[in-house]
Design a protein around this ligand. Structure first.
Ligand code: ARG
Length: 573
């Protein structure tokens, strides 16, 4: 379904053309002054340059051509040549009805459904998840859902860090503790919490231990059978823990591949790079030049093999690209990874393109993100200044949510727990996603959980409020309102009608915050509408029915927004 601004752009374009101007000048956008008009076209200014005519004269021609258009309530030329537009209530109502009848709720579907592979999450096994793992998973999940909502295919891969030093350190420590009897070790959640932080600290003042961990890492990467059982066991226990954390946040993956799955493509990688004459030795390591002439900062060569022959982060990312092109042939690959990894991805992308591992027309995108901070402006920590585990972070929010539902209409303990979980997810995710991906933000529990303002709770309350209205009035028989009675009602109808545009823009900008902002706009427009129009006591049946239908429409739209953000709504609150 076309967006409303596209429909209007077609109309204005045809009018420009009929007046002898290029139809491209007819682009209509949202007005900056919704109090004066809802839509606006500034094409007369570009036309003035093309046709050496005053913009006002061009705008006047177009306005005259559309003066009697029966879908436009208002079209006028203002100022130096702006065209202000309002649509009729009939068009507004029929557009909203079409949206509700559309299986995609008016979100424009792409004409060429590309396949986008999304690499997000990226936790490292053998280490407990911490607060730093929140954003890549939350943002990536929303981008996946947004991609799907626009008719594209999105494939998600968690890309576990399951092949690096952390595992080597873990195994080195475990092998000492078990007297080398690694095969029968069972990794518990407690061991996962304890071993890595211990081993990681130990390596700093125990060089022999560090060396052993390095050797183990290399042996493991070369498939040394001695380490396979313990490696598999670490993977099993870690993935179990990671899934538990992601599941309750509604974060899921189509593929649970890890760096280790690229192992069988490393030989091919080295062959390709050699065939192309790109790989050369530098200080014993094997590297590829990726600098370009007009680089403003120095981009060092990317290292593919360390001097001891072992693989590093770039090696596995390059080999994974070979695997991904073969297995998924995506049109684009997006990597959601923290802001410090920018150089790494520049190097990897350039090398992959240079070597022809990824064809020129396949887009590789690195999407960095900012940090979750505490009130001191530094990365969010536990009270005593330690690393905030994701589990603990979730608990903190969950406990507050549980307290909130304790006095609610819900009676059963399971029910309360479920609602508290939904509030927790809404609080965490909306609080995160309302910020542009690249920005840092301060996590403030009270603010993020407030029942009004730009919070997940406000949106859940809005859905719950509509539910309770509809419980009293009964569900409407579809949407077939014939008139708009009040200004707050008209505003809400416009907000609904323009939601399709918000999803389109959010996709093209890869910015879920636009969906959050639109959801908030919908909910606050609803609050005003609900406050001004007394639905339950209205005596005029037509009015009352129109308002009930609008409540139901708002709910459907809002739930679509929440779904794209990966947030579940609640029945009552
Ligand atoms: N495991 C990495 C880390 O902890 C993130 C992985 C991002 N994805 C990728 N393909 N490199 O920093």
């Amino acid at each position: 379904m076309k967006t409303l601004t596209k429909l209007l752009s077609d109309k204005l374009g045809a009018a420009f053309e009929a007046c002898g101007y290029s139809p491209e000048l007819g682009t209509v956008g949202l007005s900056d002054r919704p109090d004066l008009c809802r839509f606006q076209c500034n094409g007369a200014f570009a036309g003035a340059k093309l046709y050496h005519k005053a913009p006002r004269a061009i705008a006047a021609d177009v306005v005259k051509a559309l003066e009697n258009d029966d879908e436009l309530k208002k079209i006028e030329c203002v100022g130096a040549g702006f065209i202000n537009i309002d649509i009729t209530d009939e068009l507004l109502l029929s557009y909203v009805k079409d949206m509700l009848d559309d299986e995609n709720l008016g979100i424009e579907q792409t004409e060429k459904p590309e396949t986008i592979l999304l690499d997000y999450g990226g936790p490292n096994v053998a280490k407990p998840l911490h607060i730093g793992h929140l954003r890549p998973a939350v943002i990536g999940e929303a981008l996946k859902r947004l991609t799907r909502a626009t008719g594209r295919t999105a494939i998600s891969d968690v890309h576990l860090g399951d092949w690096g030093m952390p595992i080597g350190l873990f195994i080195a420590e475990m092998s000492e503790r078990t007297d080398n009897k690694l095969d029968s070790v069972e990794i518990t959640a407690k061991l996962l919490d304890e071993i890595y932080p211990f081993a990681s600290a130990r390596k700093n003042n125990d060089e022999a231990f560090y060396e052993k961990a390095r050797e183990i890492t290399k042996a493991m990467q070369n498939g040394d059978e001695r380490y396979m059982p313990i490696w598999r066991e670490i993977l099993r226990a870690s993935v179990e823990d990671i899934k538990k954390n992601y599941d309750r946040l509604n974060i899921s993956f189509d593929y649970w591949y890890g760096e280790s799955d690229s192992g069988s493509f490393i030989g091919e990688l080295v062959d390709i790079l050699n065939e192309q004459g790109l790989l050369y030795e530098s200080d014993g390591a094997l590297v590829v030049d990726v600098a370009l002439e007009d680089d403003r900062i120095t981009i060092p060569p990317v290292m593919v093999k360390k001097s001891d022959g072992s693989n590093i982060y770039a090696t596995t990312d390059l080999a994974t690209l070979i695997q991904r092109m073969k297995e998924f042939a995506p049109n684009e690959i997006w990597y959601v990874a923290d802001s410090r990894q920018s150089l790494h991805f520049t190097q990897v992308f350039r090398c992959a393109k240079k070597a022809g591992i990824v064809p020129e027309d396949v887009k590789l995108e690195y999407l960095g993100f900012g940090t979750v901070n505490g009130s001191d402006g530094k990365p969010y920590k536990t009270r005593d200044g330690g690393v905030m585990k994701l589990e603990e972070f979730y608990r903190t929010v969950y406990d507050a949510a549980l307290e909130r539902v304790s006095g609610s209409k819900y009676s059963g303990e399971d029910e309360k727990a479920d609602i508290a979980r939904r509030i927790t997810v809404a609080t965490i995710k909306f609080g995160d996603l309302i910020n542009h991906r690249t920005k840092d933000y301060v996590f403030d529990l009270d603010k993020f959980m407030a029942p009004d303002g730009k919070t997940g709770s406000f949106l859940l309350y809005t859905v719950a409020r509509v539910n309770s209205i509809l419980k009293k009035t009964g569900e409407p028989d579809g949407f077939d309102s014939k008139a708009v009675y009040t200004e707050t009602e008209r505003d809400l109808l416009h907000k609904i009608a323009l939601s399709g545009e918000a999803f389109g823009l959010a996709y093209s900008e890869k910015a879920p915050n636009i969906v959050c902002e639109n959801a908030y706009q919908l909910a606050s427009s609803f609050s005003k509408f609900y406050h001004d129009n007394h639905i339950l006591t209205e005596q005029d049946e037509d009015k009352k029915n129109a308002w009930i239908a609008l409540c139901a429409a708002l709910k459907i739209m809002l739930e679509k927004h929440l779904d794209v953000l990966g947030i579940e709504s609640v029945d009552l609150m």
